[in-house]
Design a protein around this ligand. Structure first.
Ligand code: LUZ
Ligand code: MOS
Length: 767
């Protein structure tokens, strides 16, 4: 029995979060807390009031006369290129002749104070000849409006496979966008420095992206732009690419006027001007044999990209990589189109297209299950991937934990008892119904763009034994700083108290990839490991020659004490460092890491793009009030593959937060644009995110205790994004409760499953 095999990891007391104390005492510094230098200008952005059109006339002469206003900038004032596109050069910093979305920046107002800037904003007059507005990706596709070439992943042959299927089901799904709603809105602060340079403090996940973009717009070398990031009040993908515009605006004003400048978006501006998770409209066709083996799967994804490519082409790719989730399907054809619409450019959001892909196959399986009269979990478990399976993109699965996670959580929670309880409850209650769903997750770890999987770290051991660590990792609340301190402390054999983690700065660590793709701790941690090992080598070699007098002996520093051949000595970290320093030995090191093994050939859409995969399964239960259409998520229990977690609390926090954020996306967060492309859900009064009351009453995450070799940092697997996708189970749990009330319901696979949709679904019928 599996019972005996339960090897769920118990939490240990250990190093927690390096930032927690400063956060709760208000000492942590965010961009808007940086003490302003005298003469700082406040920036406000005039953005397009309509979603598509030709600018006929724009008049800001009067606005510029407003008392306190220093200057208003248009695209004509840009010394370099008016271009901020990351993957493709298709996005101006400031609109020139046309506007392509409502909220597109047109002018920058620089003023002595925010009130003056705000006053000027209202005096600007713009005339735009409207052009047709497209908000629907399928309409954009029909008109051949694409942001990037379409992609197709293929394994086996679906055409012949469907001919052998006993059961075939086809349908359509919709997943909506998601507003990042980081607590700290987008913003940056910049000031001019010597030699025609600028220094930017930015709330960005991608300091190098900000540096590159600002340099391009200013028309200077990247060496003239220094970007510094202490931490973000949340990113969630929204600041992977989209922090660059505001940082570049602040840099532009600082560079041209030679004065400090700050550009911080107000909440409603942030919601209006920035892109969100890409909504998708998708078609599926699933084929099964007699025994419920999935033989064939076809999917077509229409991604709503918005008005510019931004990261959408990469997100599209990750959708294809995750289109079969945790299942092995021998015949797959998946096609994806990145469609150009007149919405703000949609962008990275935790999961990066993966969740959108997974939702579709989960819907297809649910569709099949409902028609075949079996529980979806039967089909899910039956088709779960295993070692040796080939993914549609060519990677052969190794160290699969999919079945193990599933089996452990279903045994631990006794899924059969849960199902029976729910059936009993539902047969005894007419107006309240319960539902349960299982949600497995398999998420690939690495940037899908192989070239981005590298990082560097810089370690300085000071002559007093204290240590300064710089990496390319950006702390955005995910706890990466804590992990970096742990990696350095463990590798050097010293206390975490000795280590200071420096801000992320482009002059100390250059050419970084953004903190994204769940890969930040892995990539930067490994680079840091490498740097620390170089320092160790020098210290150890000093001990061998100068103290032990034996170059063959084994030296180790543990808990700050020096050991020779396993024996404790009177020497310790601090004394050795001081001696090494007097011998003029280098106490600094730079580490570099590039993920080995990975590769991908886009011309054939095959390769081995991921360092490894993260697995898990969650059981989600919901209760629906069938009079009102309201619901509650009763419980989420997950068994999650964390490898050998180096920080249980940080990883648990990521899991809990990710699950709740995923539930939000699936159930209540509804991004609404009207037909004119204007955002209606433009404030916290009209956009509902999960609050403490929407957190499931029971929420447990157990870590699967695995100790297999992988490419994770100290075997501690990436945890940032995968847990979000457990939230997809909430959709199906609620939907199952609706079906329990009304088996003829026509409720669609259309997320989010808001109370309105639930209410309509409860009383809908196809008869
Ligand atoms: N960003 C990116 C990401 O550029 N490539 C990725 O594969 C990715 N995956 C997740 C989140 N951000
Ligand atoms: Mo991300 S969606 O890893 O910035």
């Amino acid at each position: 029995m599996i019972d005996e095999k339960i090897n769920i990891k118990k939490p240990e007391t250990q190093f927690g979060n390096a930032d927690a104390a400063n956060h709760v005492t208000g000492r942590s510094i965010y961009v808007d807390d940086i003490p302003a230098i005298e003469g700082m200008l406040y920036l406000r952005i005039f953005d397009s009031p309509i979603a598509h059109g030709k600018i006929k006339k724009i008049d800001y002469a009067e606005a510029e006369q407003t008392e306190g206003v220093v200057k208003i900038f248009s695209y004509k004032d840009i010394p370099g290129e008016n271009q901020i596109g990351g993957i493709f050069p298709d996005e101006p910093l400031l609109a020139d002749e046309e506007v392509h979305f409502c909220g597109q920046p047109v002018l920058i107002i620089a003023a002595e104070n925010d009130d003056a800037a705000e006053e000027a904003l209202h005096k600007i007059k713009i005339e735009i000849d409207p052009l047709p507005v497209i908000t629907d990706p399928r309409i954009a596709f029909a008109q051949n409006k694409l942001l990037s070439p379409s992609r197709k992943f293929k394994i086996g042959d679906t055409t012949t496979a469907f001919a052998q299927c006993k059961y075939i089901f086809e349908g359509r799904t919709e997943t909506n966008g998601q507003e990042h709603l980081y607590l700290e809105t987008q913003g940056a602060y910049a000031y001019p420095t010597e030699h025609d340079s600028v220094k930017i403090f930015s709330s960005t996940q991608g300091p190098t992206q900000v540096q590159r973009t600002a340099a391009r717009v200013l028309g200077v070398g990247m060496n003239k732009v220094e970007v510094d990031v202490s931490r973000l009040g949340g990113g969630f993908g929204g600041k992977e690419d989209q922090a660059s515009a505001w940082a570049t605006m602040a840099a532009l004003v600082a560079y041209l006027l030679k004065r400090p400048a700050k550009c911080i978006l107000h909440r409603m501006e942030d919601m209006r001007m920035t892109g969100k998770r890409n909504p998708y409209s998708s078609d599926y066709k699933i084929g099964l044999d007699d025994n419920y083996n999935i033989l064939a799967y076809e999917a077509t994804f229409y991604q709503n990209g918005g008005a510019a490519a931004d990261l959408s082409p990469a997100i599209l790719e990750r959708t294809l990589f995750h289109c079969t989730n945790s299942y092995f399907v021998p015949n797959v054809t998946a096609t994806a189109h990145s469609c150009k619409t007149n919405l703000p450019p949609n962008t990275a959001f935790r999961g990066f297209g993966g969740p959108q892909g997974m939702f579709v196959i989960e819907a297809a399986i649910d569709h099949a299950a409902k028609n075949l009269g079996v529980d979806a979990s039967v089909i899910q478990r039956k088709n779960m991937m295993d070692d040796g399976n080939e993914m549609p993109y060519g990677q052969i699965i190794k160290n699969a934990e999919a079945k193990d996670c599933w089996d452990q959580v279903t045994v631990k929670c006794d899924i059969e008892a849960i199902k029976k309880d729910i059936n009993d409850f539902n047969s005894q209650n007419d107006l309240i119904k319960k539902g349960v769903a299982l949600m497995p997750v398999c998420f690939g770890i690495s940037f899908t763009n192989t070239m981005m999987n590298h990082a560097r770290a810089l370690v300085h051991v000071y002559s007093d034994g204290s240590v300064g660590v710089s990496t390319g990792a950006v702390e955005m609340g995910q706890g990466v700083n804590s992990k970096m301190i742990q990696v350095a402390a463990k590798t050097l054999g010293i206390s975490t108290d000795r280590i200071k983690l420096e801000s992320t700065n482009t002059t100390r660590v250059a050419n970084t990839s953004p903190s994204a793709a769940s890969s930040t701790a892995d990539l930067n941690g490994k680079a840091l490991l490498h740097a620390c090992n170089q320092v160790n080598e020098r210290l150890y070699s000093f001990v061998k020659t100068e103290i032990a007098g034996d170059t063959e002996c084994i030296v180790e520093i543990k808990d700050e004490q020096v050991y020779i051949n396993g024996e404790a000595t009177v020497h310790h970290w601090k004394s050795i460092v001081q001696q090494v320093f007097t011998k003029r030995i280098n106490l600094s090191a730079k580490g570099h890491y590039a993920t080995p093994v990975i590769h991908f050939d886009k011309s054939i859409e095959k390769g081995h793009p991921f360092a490894y995969h993260v697995y898990g399964t969650a059981i989600i239960r919901a209760t629906v009030d069938c009079l009102r259409g309201t619901y509650e998520i009763d419980a989420v229990h997950a068994v999650h593959d964390a490898g050998t977690s180096i920080n249980h609390l940080v990883d648990l926090g990521q899991c809990e937060g990710g699950i709740v954020q995923g539930i939000g996306w699936m159930t209540m967060e509804e991004v609404v644009y009207n037909e004119e492309g204007r955002l209606l859900s433009n404030a916290l009064s009209t956009y509902k995110i999960p609050d403490i009351y929407s957190v499931p009453k029971e929420l447990t995450v157990d870590f699967l205790n695995t100790d297999k070799n992988n490419l994770a940092i100290q075997k501690s697997k990436a945890v940032g994004e995968p847990p979000l996708m457990y939230g997809i189970g909430a959709f199906f749990a609620i939907r199952n409760a609706v079906i329990a009330f009304n088996p003829k319901s026509t409720i669609k696979y259309n997320a989010p499953i808001t109370p309105e949709k639930v209410l309509m679904g409860l009383y809908s019928s196809n008869e």
